[in-house]
Design a protein around this ligand. Structure first.
Ligand code: ZN
Ligand code: ZN
Length: 246
């Protein structure tokens, strides 16, 4: 099993969490950097752990703090053999940690970098779906909607062949609409993630999340789709390999 989105550097025991994940059968983890320093930490974790790969980008929350040349530095770090995608990038009008114009500029700059280097993009969008879609209108590369929480975006995602990645919130009892969306994602486009240390799934909800817990999200997705767990697990492995070139 693979966890396609975790923030290992935000765990105080990242290496132990990688070991616990392996024990639970989660042998590959894509860890996400959120600024230049964090991306360096992600790469160093990838260097030290066979099954760990890095997704490198500057998070929209950091958009007001990006230093001169930050995006160029991310682009340079993308040369690392275990750097598999540009992310997470996008727009967050919910927290509004950074002014909208800064977020838009940063999103566009990183999208154009991804187009230049031919890597997939991992998208964070919160309370900004229409604007996110507008920015992505002309992007023809591979797209992953991470922590998918906007069922109304599903027709666009499916129509454009984007990957749709579900996190722990899809397991919550009230998230009927998310599980319905999960049942409608084409088999070759579904992914699962933890977004550790956030959003721990049922039945470990409320705890600090870690990659081992992606198995709970997998179980909920399999049930929603009426599939065997092992079958969906193998499908997600193939999807992640195709999407991220693993
Ligand atoms: Zn996110
Ligand atoms: Zn994340």
């Amino acid at each position: 099993m693979i966890d396609t989105h975790a923030h290992l550097s935000a765990l105080d025991d990242a290496e132990a969490a990688v070991a616990r994940a392996a024990e639970a059968g989660v042998t590959r983890i894509l860890t996400v950097g959120t600024d230049v320093d964090d991306c360096r930490r992600a790469l160093s974790l990838a260097d030290r752990n066979d099954g760990v790969y890095a997704i490198l980008g500057i998070h929209p929350h950091e958009a007001a703090r990006v230093e001169e040349g930050g995006v160029r530095e991310i682009c340079r770090l993308q040369n690392h053999p275990k750097a598999v995608a540009v992310g997470e990038i996008g727009l967050d009008w919910f927290r509004n940690y950074a002014p909208r114009e800064d977020q838009l500029r940063l999103f566009e700059a990183q999208l154009s970098m991804a187009a230049d280097i031919g890597k997939p993009v991992v998208i964070h969008t919160r309370a900004a779906d229409d604007d996110t879609l507008a920015v992505l209108a002309d992007f023809t590369g591979t797209v992953v909607l991470h922590c998918f929480s906007s069922p109304h975006m599903l027709p666009t995602a499916v129509g454009r062949g984007w990957y749709v990645s579900f996190a722990g919130n899809a397991t919550f009892p009230k998230a009927v609409d998310l599980r319905l969306a999960a049942s409608r994602v084409p088999a070759d486009r579904i992914l699962a993630e933890t977004d550790s240390p956030y959003l721990a799934p049922q039945p470990v909800r409320g705890r600090r999340n870690e990659p081992a817990y992606v198995v709970h999200t997998l179980a909920a997705l399999a049930q929603a789709r009426g599939e065997e767990r092992a079958e969906l697990e193998a499908q997600i492995e193939r999807n992640a390999a195709a999407c991220f070139g693993l």
